[in-house]
Design a protein around this ligand. Structure first.
Ligand code: ZN
Length: 241
């Protein structure tokens, strides 16, 4: 095993704000203090033995049908794309010993809960009881206006680990797929952001209702997963394997 600081490259984020995480995980985020202070803290943290692998819970938004089914557009069903992208992301994380990943839906036919409320609660309960270190919920957007397009991410509040992670995830998705970057948005009302006990990001990959986004969502699902994975690597300051 290794300590995140030893592998950390240059940190793209200038933030040095307070960490919302407890314990040695502070070593592995990109908002750690820089320079001499960072080295000193890094040495202290080495003694604590950073607890890799980092546990990522991937929530593939919605159910295949019935309660809590997703949006539809241009011949696509949101829940199918969410399922595939989440499964690809798990595959990428499973191939990287620095991470451990679990998904909310293990098969394309698995449904969670018997209502919207219990479906969402089941996902949050799985992440909290693991316990995951980070929660990523994958969704696709839809709007009555077909011109709206782009990828965006929601977090509970600004200037938190989730907020910074969301920025890295969006950067990764935009780099990999060429989709428009709509930025990170704050939404404290979303259940999965409110009730998870770890930093949580809800990613809306793109608009099913926009023909160009829909084409990417149909043809480049691996690219979206890889974008999220590269965003995670960049957030933690990890090199690509
Ligand atoms: Zn959704």
């Amino acid at each position: 095993m290794f300590v995140a600081f030893e592998e950390a490259g240059p940190h793209p984020c200038p933030n040095t704000g307070p960490s919302f995480l407890n314990g040695p995980y502070r070593a592995s985020v990109c908002h750690a203090p820089q320079g001499r202070q960072r080295n000193r803290i890094g040495q202290n943290l080495k003694k604590e033995a950073a607890p890799l692998p980092i546990r990522i819970f991937i929530d593939q938004g919605h159910n295949p049908q019935g309660v809590n089914a997703g949006a539809e557009g241009n011949g696509l069903r949101e829940q199918d794309i969410n399922y595939n992208v989440g499964s690809y992301l798990k595959e990428l994380l499973d191939g990287d010993p620095r991470f451990q990943a679990r998904v909310s839906r293990r098969t394309p036919t698995e449904s969670l809960g018997t209502s919207n409320a219990t479906s969402l609660r089941a996902r949050v309960d799985m992440a909290n009881s693991w316990p995951a270190n980070y929660f990523i919920s994958i969704h696709c957007n839809s709007n009555p206006s077909p011109t709206l397009n782009g990828t965006e991410a929601y977090v509970y509040q600004q200037n938190t680990q989730a907020y910074w992670l969301a920025q890295h995830i969006l950067n990764g998705i935009v780099q990999q797929t060429g989709i428009r970057d709509n930025g990170v948005r704050i939404n404290p009302s979303l259940y999965v952001l409110r009730k998870t006990k770890m930093p949580a990001v809800l990613a809306e990959l793109g608009y099913l209702s926009n023909p160009r986004d829909a084409e990417k969502l149909r043809n480049d699902q691996w690219g979206f997963a890889q974008g999220i994975y590269l965003g995670l690597l960049s957030y933690f300051g990890f090199r690509q394997l």
